[in-house]
Ligand binder design. Structure first.
Ligand code: A3P
Length: 292
């Protein structure tokens, strides 16, 4: 069962959601003007984007951290390629922070001159796959695929927005020297959020007091983000709204894939990905109890 053309299209070898972006807009991003103070958060979908978005807001904006500002993360830190609210990005105050799922070769040219900072977050592909499957059921811009096996084969073939997971991750890691980039994993954030927050602060050159760091960590836990309307994505812009019940912040753990994938499905993912993943400089964590 092939994906429906109403939901996706390909441009320059990358798979995009049909109704959120045009090829012309993608091409225009090549000359998008970068400021040295810009921060770009890059992920393959379902790898912890919104989580890291919230951490960045908490670190960068004191008013977000102390609760005096009530701006949703989505508005504070828009998507580079999905400008659904038609914002004038050139009018945003510095430091601008953008989220993006773009592959390294479609990002603004100046980013490759090490202008601005890039944070790339990756997550083990089985949890990404399972999270993506659930997400596709609640979001209107994604095709609903009732059968997990069919969704899995599409994911492995790169027939989902974001294209092939391995290409995305490999692309960014193998071009690391072109960017001013910090790599993080969902799993290290989950296992030791405080250390991840400190790494981000360090990368951004932000000196927070011990109390401020504690406040960021506390507000960025899954439980607290779920309660925070600025961060929980419960009220999505209309274009995304699906009919099914479900939450953007769903389980927020490591190893949920074991609850849905059969042994055969897990082996199928291993067969396609595991060997090639050995070339990546990441130690993948597949279970919440695995050691880093
Ligand atoms: P699950 O579907 O496995 O729960 P993205 O933001 O890239 O779309 O990723 C979404 C995934 O990140 C979801 O995974 C979501 O629950 C998880 N997530 C969001 N905030 C989190 C947090 N504070 N801690 C852990 N996981 C979080």
């Amino acid at each position: 069962m092939e994906p429906s053309k109403d939901y996706i299209f390909y441009h320059k070898g990358f798979c995009f959601p049909e109704n959120l972006i045009t090829p012309e807009y993608i091409d225009s991003l090549e000359t998008f003007e970068i400021r040295d103070s810009d921060v770009f958060l890059v992920t393959f979908p379902k790898s912890g984007t919104v989580w890291t978005q919230n951490i960045l807001s908490l670190i960068i904006h004191e008013g977000h951290r102390n609760g005096t500002e009530n701006i949703k993360n989505m508005d504070r830190m828009p998507w580079l390629e999905f400008n659904i609210k038609n914002l004038d990005y050139t009018a945003l105050p510095s430091p601008r922070v953008f989220a993006t799922h773009l592959p390294y070769y479609l990002t603004p040219r100046d980013l490759r001159n090490k202008r601005a900072r890039v944070i790339y977050v990756t997550r083990n592909p089985k949890d990404v796959l399972v999270s993506y499957f659930h997400f596709s059921k609640i979001i209107d811009t994604l095709e609903k695929v009732p059968d997990f096996n069919i969704f899995m084969e599409r994911f492995l073939a790169g027939k989902v927005p974001g294209s092939k997971w391995l290409d995305h991750v490999t692309g960014w890691y193998s071009h690391a020297e072109d960017f001013n980039i910090l790599f993080l994993t969902y799993e290290e954030m989950k296992k030791d959020l405080r250390s991840a927050v400190l790494k981000i602060c360090d990368f951004l050159g932000r000196k927070l007091s011990e109390k401020e760091v504690e406040s960021v960590v506390r507000q960025a836990t899954f439980e607290n983000m779920k309660k925070d309307p600025r961060a929980n994505y419960e009220k999505l812009p209309e274009v995304f709204e699906g009919n099914e019940e479900g939450h953007f912040l769903r389980k927020g753990t490591i190893g949920d894939w074991k609850n849905i994938m059969t042994v055969a499905q897990s082996e199928r993912v291993d067969e396609v990905l595991k060997k090639k993943m050995e070339n990546l400089p990441i130690k993948f964590i597949w279970d919440i109890n695995d050691q880093m």
